[in-house]
Design a protein around this ligand. Structure first.
Ligand SMILES: Nc1nc2c(ncn2[C@@H]2O[C@H](COP(=O)(O)OP(=O)(O)OP(=O)(O)O)[C@@H](O)[C@H]2O)c(=O)[nH]1
Ligand SMILES: [Mg+2]
Length: 316
């Protein structure tokens, strides 16, 4: 039965997620443990909790807001101990994160997923893993090699297409990314692929000419189908933490984003960045990557994420 293996697989992913946070987690986890293990909700508790959340890269505004909420609850006598504060904090964050729509919109024939981001954030790797994830869910993805700047970029995507066992459309290096996107959508229609995932060249958010190029790709797609691209996903590297929010904001302003994929969460000390980036950009995290293997990507699950982030014990 498909349901059971999938559940086991999902648990496997989040177990690995939790484990892979461990190396980065240690410092702030030790602090969290100490802070939440204290006997009283005193001034030092609030200060140290704030400092610890900021150390996990939860971000200053988000941290201030959640600590403020907790303090209000404590003043109203709803919270009496640091242990209760932890339970409340988890529930409040889960409620906040749970209210954001995270489904990947794949309504279209084909549905088009345009993947953007700064250099080296993990776009091509994420696309390979996403193709594999969708194929396992019974879809038929086709990749579009619209990063035409380097021959190596095209070859890298070809390798991922082989690994994930999906089709790919590629042109010569130096060719027009819009033309690749156009051909890929036409090819998908002809070959019965239901999802086109488009790789684009990494670009610094400060390069307005390159942002114009992305807008052009989007216009080409819209000419083929008004609703396309169904998803514009920005890929961001968890190691960069808070700074990536600034970069992604420019993509948001230039072409509009429907979701985020956070990569390299394995070993990142900045796992808390998901919380602040979502709040800052008002764009939901839809995917999370924890390595370079085919199955090292999954849809983002706030409950599992918060468990891993705020868990006080070592993973078994
Ligand atoms: N540990 C780890 N490494 C990753 C992850 N995702 C990508 N990488 C690595 O990060 C590096 C850059 O990944 P790419 O997928 O090539 O990034 P990109 O955004 O396509 O890069 P450009 O096309 O050059 O802009 C590679 O060495 C990947 O193997 C991840 O989730 N975890
Ligand atoms: Mg790439």
């Amino acid at each position: 039965m498909p349901a059971e293996p999938e559940t086991t697989e999902k648990q496997g992913f989040w177990k690995r997620f939790s484990k892979s946070l461990e190396s980065g987690r240690q410092a702030y986890v030790a602090d969290l443990k100490e802070v939440f293990g204290r006997p009283a909700l005193d001034a030092a508790f609030w200060d140290d909790l704030e400092a610890t959340l900021i150390a996990a890269d939860v971000g200053v505004p988000t941290t201030e807001r959640v600590v403020e909420d907790l303090r209000r609850e404590a003043a109203g006598a709803h919270l009496r101990s640091p242990g209760q504060a932890l339970t409340y904090l988890k529930a409040a964050l889960e409620k906040q994160m749970g209210s954001r729509p995270r489904g990947i919109n794949l309504e279209g024939s084909p549905a088009v997923v345009l993947v953007v981001g700064v250099n080296g954030s993990g776009k091509t790797t994420t696309i390979g893993k996403l193709a594999y994830l969708l194929r396992r869910e019974g879809r038929h993805p086709l990749l579009a090699a619209a990063d035409t700047y380097r021959a190596a970029a095209i070859e890298q995507l070809q390798l991922w297409a082989q690994r994930a066992q999906v089709d790919i459309v590629a042109h010569q290096p130096g060719s027009d990314p819009g033309a690749v996107a156009f051909d890929a959508v036409q090819a998908a229609r002809g070959r019965g692929a239901d999802t086109v995932i488009i790789d684009t060249a990494g670009r610094l958010h400060t390069r307005t000419d390159l942002m114009e190029e992305l807008k052009k790709v989007r216009r080409v797609l819209q000419r083929l189908d008004q609703r396309s691209p169904q998803e514009v996903l920005a890929v961001l590297d968890a190691h960069i933490g808070q700074n990536s929010a600034q970069q992604v904001k420019v993509f948001q302003q230039a072409i509009g984003l429907t979701g985020l994929a956070v990569t390299k969460m394995d070993g990142s000390a900045k796992a808390g960045v998901v919380l602040s980036i979502e709040e800052d950009l008002a764009v939901p995290v839809k995917l999370v990557g924890i390595g370079e293997g085919l199955d090292d990507l999954d849809r983002f699950d706030p409950g599992q994420y918060l468990d891993a982030l705020l868990r006080m014990e070592e993973s078994p």
